[in-house]
Design a protein around this ligand. Structure first.
Ligand code: NCD
Length: 358
């Protein structure tokens, strides 16, 4: 077991494992992370978790950072998870209360983000219903952003936390079959998993209501294998069940949540993980759900206490993974500034005339 306190907490700037995050101004897609970077995040999250389990106080690797949480859509797990991670790491946290902000006077998201940037925060963690990442980055100028859920697009930190949960279950994702069940079309969690899991060696299959499987905004999803729900549940090593995203459904589909196949009495039988399907699953399977769960809709309430239904563990792992990500990004960014400073200084040493303009 790795303990962060006794491990190398500062790995130095010589072994930067990934692309230049500062110039990209943050993390909005799992595509930005190399497989090596993900392994490092898993290692680090486990070390933080082990420290905590052994009563070793958190190393304050985020000290000196002021970080703003800007959640324009409701959230319990993700917001509190980021907040807990930031506090454990010693950062100062600014939690924008949208209900009491000028958003209520009609101010748009871009202007709100530009205001946070003008307050000179070091990082903004953003959740929005809209998906205009380019506009948010522009509004933030040079201030980095972490995606805490962009509309239907991606939710990278949820997927990274789930990856830790899955690595804990098996040690590797190589050759594992992972099923994603439910409203794939509107789920940003699915958006990140469909990108991330195959790169880690897993085979992904999807199932759910026929017209909620396509992701027209996301061409990557076109080639993913689809299975009828009964077959999918039987075949997989892990099942990631998704929430029906009622807030993103068209009026025609919403109608079905009142009296059609998506209504409470129908959904569990037609598409959910019910007792009958549970009995047909592999004995070593695990079940994940990012929450909030619709009990007796997406998963039978009676199954939620089963040891292999890992909904609570996902919350814990997500928090350690966010702490890992935040500390890692802070290191990446300070290495980059250290690097540019030394290049600058080297120039000054070579050509004394450059010093004149300073
Ligand atoms: C997810 C989200 O908001 O995207 N939840 C979460 O962040 N834990 C999933 C969902 O709400 O369906």
């Amino acid at each position: 077991m790795t303990f962060l306190k006794y491990d190398i907490t500062w790995r130095g700037c010589g072994i930067m494992t990934d692309i230049a995050f500062r110039s990209l101004n943050g993390l909005w897609s799992v595509d930005q992370l190399t497989v090596e970077a993900i392994s490092e995040l898993v290692r680090r999250a486990r070390a933080f978790r082990a420290d905590h389990a052994h009563g070793i106080p958190s190393v304050k690797l985020l000290q000196g950072w002021t970080v703003a949480l800007a959640f324009f859509e409701p959230s319990t797990r993700t917001r509190l998870s980021f907040q807990t991670a930031l506090l454990r790491g010693g950062a100062d946290v600014l939690d924008l209360d949208v209900a009491r902000s000028s958003v209520q006077k009609g101010e748009n998201i871009e202007e709100t983000l530009a205001t946070l940037s003008a307050l000179a925060v070091d990082l903004v963690i953003v959740r929005t219903r809209d998906e205009d990442i380019a506009a948010y980055r522009e509004a933030l100028g040079g201030t980095p952003l972490i995606n805490a859920g962009f509309g239907r697009r991606e939710h990278p930190t949820q997927a990274l936390g789930d990856v830790l949960t899955l690595y804990d279950a098996w040690g590797t994702l190589e050759g594992k079959v992972i099923g994603i069940l439910g409203d794939i079309r509107h789920s940003r969690v699915a958006g990140s998993h469909l990108r991330l899991l195959p790169r880690l060696g897993a085979r992904v299959v999807i199932g759910g209501p026929e017209d909620l499987l396509d992701r027209p905004h996301d061409p990557l999803s076109e080639n993913i294998k689809r299975l009828p729900v009964d077959a999918l549940v039987k075949e997989v090593d892990a099942l990631i069940v998704l929430r029906l995203q009622k807030e993103r459904l068209s009026e025609a589909i919403l109608q079905r949540t009142r009296e059609g196949d998506l209504a409470p009495q129908q959904y569990l039988q037609a598409y959910g993980l019910n007792e009958r399907r549970w009995q047909t699953m592999r004995s070593e399977r695990v079940v994940l759900h990012p929450g909030p769960v619709w009990p007796d809709g997406e998963i039978a309430r009676s199954l939620l206490k089963e040891p292999s239904v890992l909904v609570r563990k996902q919350v814990t792992d997500g928090m350690w993974m966010r702490l890992a990500l935040l500390t890692w990004l802070k290191e990446q960014w300070s290495c980059e500034s250290a690097h540019s400073m030394s290049v600058d200084q080297a120039f000054k040493t070579l050509d004394p005339s450059l010093n004149m303009s300073v």
